[in-house]
Design a protein around this ligand. Structure first.
Ligand code: GRG
Length: 308
């Protein structure tokens, strides 16, 4: 697979993002079974779910965190970014199904179950999850590090991470959640994968001394991930309430329609915007223990200032 290195930390964010996104698109296309391979329809649907869409925020966090720790092997960052994106894509496919959010539009296209049927959509999610762990397990990092990365991805995806957050979400419909309960739900549902992206990137970036991350670095990355994870969701709630479906590429206004507790419903629009800005600043502050933090700082800005 041709692996190009996204340009150095001096290029504008938009240029760097485009290079990373292109690299991820190329690698995802390689890491997924071809659409001719049997069972062809399942493989077509997997490729439909993953390719040609999305902002690729999780792989961008992997690249940015890798850069922070002086990447030795760019291919390993790309591999980890693809594993993160496959887990994310699986969650979107399942989340859109009638038993969950029952949505028709995702990334500007009909959802997977609308195009391929519910049974295939269920299998697409299952198969993408397995494929994510398969490709990550084939990485060339030192074995102990490789195992640690697999554990991080498993924890972030499972019942104490994303799936657990989804379970709390489903149980919360129509209930008056406190702000703390809302935060806990989102830290699991959305924040866990964003945090895992940061840590996978940091772990495959080779530290100059070859040692593992120290406690100060782990604490700082946790603070950054916490702020960015929450900011992502606050902005998601703001966009759901203010943007239209064409701009979002998914159905807008669903939270209110489904009587779901959100930052906008609990705090109101203005206070939610203030909170997003506070979290952006917290993310910047968390990075102060490092040097070469430009990309992670810029991604915090992007996550808060995005319009889709
Ligand atoms: C097992 C049946 C079954 C379902 C599991 C795990 C799960 C369902 C759902 C996870 C919850 C979920 C979809 C969280 C993601 C929330 C979110 C903000 C998604 C949008 O992410 P973006 O904006 O999307 O990064 P793009 O399209 O840009 O990648």
């Amino acid at each position: 697979m041709p692996i190009s290195t996204p340009s150095s930390s001096t290029s504008p964010l938009s240029v760097w993002m485009k290079q990373c996104q292109d690299q991820i698109e190329l690698a995802l296309a390689e890491f997924l079974p071809t659409q001719q391979q049997n069972p062809a329809e399942l493989h077509q649907a997997m490729r439909y779910a993953v390719l040609d869409g999305g902002k690729r925020v999780r792989p961008l966090l992997v690249y940015a965190a890798g850069e922070l720790f002086g990447v030795a092997n760019h291919a390993e960052l790309t591999r980890a970014g693809c594993a993160m994106e496959m887990i994310h894509a699986y969650s979107l496919v399942h989340d859109d199904m009638p038993c969950m959010d029952n949505d028709m539009l995702r990334r500007g296209k009909p959802t997977v179950h609308v195009k391929y049927g519910q049974a295939t959509a269920l299998l697409v999610g299952d198969a993408l999850q397995a494929q994510a762990f398969l490709i990550l397990s084939e990485g060339k990092n030192p074995p102990a590090r490789q195992l640690n990365m697999l554990q991080i991805l498993a924890q972030a995806s499972g019942s104490l991470g994303m799936c657990g957050g989804q379970a709390i979400d489903l149980a919360s419909v129509g209930l008056p959640l406190t702000r703390a309960q809302l935060e806990q739900m989102h830290q699991l549902k959305t924040g866990a994968l964003l945090r895992a992206s940061v840590f996978l990137g940091a772990l495959c970036g080779q530290k100059a001394d070859g040692l593992d991350l120290n406690n100060t670095e782990i604490a700082a990355l946790n603070r950054y991930s916490h702020a960015v994870g929450l900011a992502f969701q606050v902005v998601d709630d703001i966009l759901d309430a203010t943007a239209d479906s064409a701009a979002l590429g998914k159905t807008a206004g669903k939270d209110a329609a489904n009587n779901k507790p959100t930052y906008v419903s609990i705090l109101g629009l203005d206070a939610s915007r203030v909170l997003a800005e506070q979290l952006r600043l917290q993310a910047h502050e968390a990075l102060s223990v490092f040097s070469n933090t430009r990309r992670l700082a810029q991604l915090a800005d992007f996550i808060v200032q995005r319009s889709a």
